[in-house]
Design a protein around this ligand. Structure first.
Ligand code: IPD
Ligand code: CA
Ligand code: CA
Ligand code: CA
Length: 280
């Protein structure tokens, strides 16, 4: 397939190599990081491990594909405005790597074993490769556009649950307490009574990988950044699920308010958020 291979180097192989190398290193640093800094607020943390992971991934990608563009969380100023602008600056690139070097930094810092490396490659604005790696469980989630999504080499399929009532659903509590957190809290109030149960496990990319794997039937979160969602969106789509914004528009790189599900509960989830005015 010549869309995913240039000069014999497979994009997916490089993405997997980066995610597993970074993940293995991050795992050795659990409970063992040296410096903790506060970014946007005390809810928004960064360690030298986040930065080191991003550097490792960036260097590897740039060695293989020096002409490609790169967007990584730790290369961008904190806060929602800067993250929107950073994407705008590069989204026209032919090939763009979108990287979250640790998704779930708060979990990493507290030793709560639920975090991952998230790597996506977009071609002319469309995600064509998505890799999420959980080093603690050694779980590698891989999707290639048009070729399905896999965990441990086994094809993934979203859940068959048709109602919110029977669904396990996840969301997040974002660091932006001005705009995003209050909306997510409203959404939780609206959705929690309708679903079987709700999970807030602290990694958007992992939540999306779990939707792809059928472990969750849905996920939503207001106020995310491109690097939180890009890889996960392809995992969900290639597992038969649906990813939109909270208005039901199809996922594209600029989406910040994301709803991802098995497709069957998408409308019910979006309607519940809209009804509670928890959608924007
Ligand atoms: C965060 C996680 C968290 C979500 C936040 C994200 P980070 O990413 O995905 O689950 O609720 O909105 O910012 O900062 O750990 O990479
Ligand atoms: Ca962060
Ligand atoms: Ca993130
Ligand atoms: Ca991160």
């Amino acid at each position: 397939n010549n869309a995913s291979v240039v000069g014999g180097k497979s994009f997916t192989a490089v993405a997997i190599n980066c995610a597993s190398k970074a993940g293995e290193w991050i795992k050795t640093k659990l409970g063992n990081y040296a410096s903790l800094d506060i970014k946007y607020s005390s809810h928004d943390l960064v360690t030298e491990v986040d930065k080191g992971s991003e550097r490792l991934i960036r260097n590897l990608i740039m060695t293989h594909f020096p002409q490609h563009s790169f967007l990584g969380e730790e290369g961008v100023e904190p806060g929602p405005a800067a993250s929107t602008q950073a994407l705008e600056d590069v989204r026209e690139a032919e090939y763009l790597w979108i990287v979250d070097p640790i998704d779930g930094t708060t979990n990493f810092v507290h030793g709560f074993p639920f975090f991952c490396v998230s790597i996506a490659l977009a071609h002319n604005g469309q995600v064509i490769v998505g890799v999420v790696y959980d080093p603690m469980k050694d779980e590698l989630f891989v999707a290639e556009r048009g070729k399905g999504a896999y965990v441990h080499g086994k094809r993934m399929q979203v859940s068959g649950e048709e109602t919110l009532r029977g669904s396990l659903v996840a969301t997040g509590l974002p660091a932006d307490h001005q705009y995003a957190l209050p909306l997510n809290l409203k959404g939780i109030e609206a959705v929690a009574p309708k679903v079987r149960n709700l999970r807030i496990a602290g990694s958007a990319a992992m939540h999306m990988a779990y939707v792809a794997a059928g472990r969750l039937s849905g996920f939503w979160e207001i106020g995310l950044s491109s690097w939180d969602i890009a890889a996960g969106s392809l995992l969900v789509q290639e597992s038969g699920g649906v990813v939109t914004d909270t208005n039901g528009n199809p996922y594209q790189l600029g989406v910040r308010n994301v709803v991802a599900s098995n497709g069957l509960i998408q409308r019910e989830l979006i309607a519940s958020l809209a009804e509670a005015k928890a959608d924007k």
